[in-house]
Design a protein around this ligand. Structure first.
Ligand code: K2U
Ligand code: NI
Length: 183
């Protein structure tokens, strides 16, 4: 099983590289890795397992955070309306997005960042993603608000972008223009 020992931290080159497309169909090894990433998130959200293996709770994980430069991400979370998002995604791509932005009022964190970086992270409020799922099927996800923010955070990892790259350097808590707060 994956633990925090497998998660690379700031300074590791894979967090600043553009990850490589995965050839479709994915290999058994790639499918197993993606399933392990999804299981890691579920484990991290289970109080007992999280404590037993000293995991940090996470709602998303990208392969570059394991030092693996492949365009694969896993997400596992419920949005504010109780909708469950639990996916292993291969070659996810944002194919369209809103002009309107959104930001988490509590800011963001990252399993690969062992420090608090304060400030608002402006992201698109609505996005449409195309990807290949764990069964090898093409899927299209239309996401908004919290779900859109989580997926953008993970897709950023595939492009070597960290959440704090988006924070206003002069005034981290400047209200982003044309952006709605997500509590
Ligand atoms: O990519 C990662 O490091 C996982 C992040 C994803 C994330 C952080 C902030 C905003 C959107 C996505 C971890 O999930 S950070 C820990 C966490 C746990 C529960 C809820 C929010 C953040
Ligand atoms: Ni992260």
């Amino acid at each position: 099983m994956l633990t925090m020992d497998d998660v690379v931290r700031e300074g590791h080159p894979s967090l600043r590289e553009v990850a490589n497309e995965v050839q479709i169909p994915p290999t058994e090894e790639e499918i197993t890795l993606l399933k392990d990433m999804l299981q890691f998130l579920k484990n991290s959200q289970d109080e007992q397992v999280c404590a037993k293996y000293d995991l940090r709770p996470g709602v998303g994980l990208a392969a570059p955070q394991l030092g693996i430069n492949k365009r694969m991400i896993a997400v596992h979370f419920e949005d504010g309306n109780g909708n469950l998002y639990s996916h292993g995604l291969i070659n996810p791509k944002i194919v369209s997005h809103s002009v309107e932005k959104a930001y988490l009022t509590v800011g963001e964190g990252c399993l690969s960042v062992d420090r608090v970086v304060e400030g608002f992270v402006p992201r698109y409020a609505r996005i449409t993603i195309k990807a290949t799922d764990l069964s090898g099927n093409e899927l299209k996800l239309r996401l908004k608000d919290y779900a859109a923010i989580v997926l953008q955070h993970e897709i950023d990892h595939l492009n070597g972008v960290m959440f704090y790259d988006h924070i206003n350097k002069e005034n981290p808590f400047a209200i982003p223009e044309n952006a709605k707060p997500i509590e």
